[in-house]
Structure formats: C-alpha cells, structure tokens
Design a protein around this ligand. Sequence first.
Ligand code: SF4
Length: 279
Amino acid sequence: MIKKFDLDKILSIDCDKCFGLCCVALYFSKSEGFPTDKEVGKPCVNLNNDFRCKVHKDLKKKGLKGCIAYDCFGAGQKVAESTYKRENWRNNPNKRKEIFDVFVVMRQLYEMLWYLKEAYRINKDETMRNNIETEILEIILRTNMDGTSLLNIDINEYRKKVNPLLHITSEGLRKRNYRGSNSKVKRSKMIAGRLDLMGVNLRNKNLVGEDLSGALLIAADLRESDLSYVDVLGADFRDADLNGANLEKTIYLTQGQVNSAKGDTKTRLPKGIKKPSSW
Ligand code: SF4
C-alpha cells in the first residue's frame, strides 16, 4: 500500500520549493552553530528576499554547524506548496504566525514519517511491518490536512504510537547483531538525559549493536569504527570524526547528522545517504 507513495521523494529536502521557513519560523542560538541568537518568526540575517540563503555555499567555512545539521525532511516544501498553495509569509502578514506554527507541526510529522520509513525498510517481521505501514498511512493523511486542522493535532499522541515501533525495530536488529560481550561505551555521564560522549575516543572500536540514540557525540573520535546496527536516532554528530568508519548499516542515521560530521572517501554510508562534497 505505501508503495504507491514515493516516500524517498516526499522526504527529500527541496529548498527551491520552500520559502526559507526553517530560517524564519524557528528559534535558534549562536552557541548551537547558527549565525545569531534569533527569536521565533524573525528572518535570519542571511536570508535574501528571494528566500535563498546568502551564505549557503560557505556554511561550513563560516562554522554554521547548526544550519548544516538541520533537516526538515521535506516539511518546508510541503507547507509552501501543498498546505498554503504557494502563499508565502512575506505577502501574507496575517497568516505569518499560522504558517510558521504549521511548519513546526509538519516538520515533526515528516520527521516521524522519515523514521517510520526507515523502520519499515529494516524490519523484516510481517506483523511489525503492517503496524508501521498503518502508522505511515495515518500520518500521510494528516499531512494533507489544512493549516487549522494541522494546528489541532496532538503530536504527542502520534509520538506515543511511533516511538515504540521505532524502538522495537531497533532493539530486535541490535540484539541479533550484537557482537561483543562488553559494551565499549562508558555510560556514566549524562547531560539533560542524553548520553555524554563529547570528544571521547572510540577510534577503531567494534560498536556493533550499541544503543547511541540521543547521544552527544560532538567531536567524538569514531575513525575506522564499526557502527553497524548502532541506533543513532537523534544523536548529535557535530564535528564527530567518521574518517574510515563503517556506517553502512547504522540504524536511523540521517543526512543532517552526516552533513554535520567529518568524514573521508573511506567512510561507508547507508544507501540513500549522500557523501558531503567536503569529505
Ligand atoms: S545562515 Fe542561511 S541556512 Fe542558516 S539560518 Fe541563515 S539563511 Fe538559513
């Protein structure tokens, strides 16, 4: 049933079809790798009148890691083209806030869709695949609603259904493939509920089957490591060194995570994830 939807296409970013929504609608801060501290609804200083980014080619050079890592999963063009039929926030001051709020909802729905698509791809259990498919179809239906209806969605209700599907899928794969008897990862430090692995040396380690979901891997040394069947859902890879690492079978690895990390021609990535041109 979901085969009739080209999910890979739906979930690919196409900034040319968007109105720079992520660069206006969201709050961001300089300390997280954005150009300035910016409040919700204020355009970024680098956003041109034609909704293009003035410094797009130089994001890396300028150290704008937050921009590089950000991924709307295609929610921007969906809001611009489908929900608002190309009405944009500059020409419609009365709708401005609504458009931004809808983008925030749509982005969360698209993010869930992206992870569900991955879970569907890697889970071979038929019952689970049926459950995942049902949830994908349900969310696709919601993404086609009008702006007001989208704002009335209870996102947490969807998360409560989606998260267990993602977790069970990951757990099954990790357990089946876990190779080591002892974890190579020290789990003693946490920051705001996230595993703190900032700057750690995990070079040339067999990490197969580890659960690194949500981990802070900022500037971690993962050179030549094997990250097969490692769950990295929501992990922060900014400046992590992936030179020569094997991520071909890493679970829930996104393009945004890869874009924010360092790598080289020997880094192995899953199908569908592109190697950044700077690698
Ligand atoms: S620097 Fe460019 S990509 Fe980053 S928020 Fe500003 S306009 Fe958007």
